[in-house]
Design a binder for this molecule. Structure first.
Ligand code: TYD
Length: 210
């Protein structure tokens, strides 16, 4: 089974993903936990380019194809082999990030991006995509203070440096996209304590048969 986590910066996606992985492992299943960008060796190099705030001149289309290259490599080298060996694969971001950030966020056509992603991943879409939904101000405040604490504002801060308007489009984009894919893409209310949010995540994992 293939599950992905999505959401704006600072939505608590990373914490929920870690807890979900532990929860699935406790049920005796093998899990591969991975992420985008940067889930393969090539991807680590692409990630460094994509997230460096000094690369602010990357065009929307160049950015798009770098994400697609990262994903194509990730699917073939990492995700498909793990699924074939019977593991549950849990990824921090996947194709829906491109559709929402480069599409709803940057203004490229989401349906066109859906098709390009479909080519990049050879038709492999997750069975379940959980979108951690939180108001943009709270999320960005959390993400910026985390980057500052880790000292990675410059190396990894290209998206955190985007405007509130951009992140609002991203949040709304996730909500619109989820409405178009009600079976697979589920919105999770990410407000409240981590325990409260995780309880909501568990309900959806159980509904997916885990
Ligand atoms: P990351 O440091 O992994 O952020 P987060 O902790 O929020 O997941 O950075 C990933 C950034 O790349 C994030 O801001 C979203 C962006 N992104 C895209 O714009 N398109 C994509 O296809 C992917 C995978 C990520």
């Amino acid at each position: 089974m293939f599950i992905t986590f999505e959401g704006i910066e600072g939505s608590g996606k990373g914490t929920m993903l870690e807890r979900a992985v532990a929860w699935i492992e406790q049920r005796g299943k093998g899990v591969l936990c991975t992420r985008e960008p940067g889930g393969s060796e090539l991807g680590v190099r692409l990630r460094a380019i994509l997230l460096d705030s000094r690369n602010s001149d990357i065009t929307s289309r160049a950015e798009l194809f770098l994400y697609l290259a990262d994903r194509a490599q990730h699917v073939e080298q990492v995700i498909r082999p793990a699924l074939a060996s019977g593991k549950v694969v849990v990824s921090d971001r996947y194709a829906d990030s491109t559709i929402v950030y480069q599409g709803f966020g940057r203004g490229l056509d989401p349906q066109e991006l859906f098709k390009l992603n479909d080519v990049a991943v050879g038709g492999l879409w997750p069975e379940l995509t959980l979108v951690l939904d939180l108001d943009v101000e709270t999320g960005l405040e959390r993400a910026r203070s985390r980057n500052q604490q880790l000292g990675i504002e410059e190396k990894e801060g290209r998206f955190e440096a985007e405007s509130l308007a951009f992140h609002t489009k991203v949040r709304e984009g996730y909500r619109s996209w989820a409405k178009l894919h009600p079976g697979r893409v589920r919105i999770v209310d990410a407000s409240g304590t981590p325990d409260e949010v995780f309880a909501r995540v568990c309900v959806m994992l159980e509904e997916a048969g885990l």
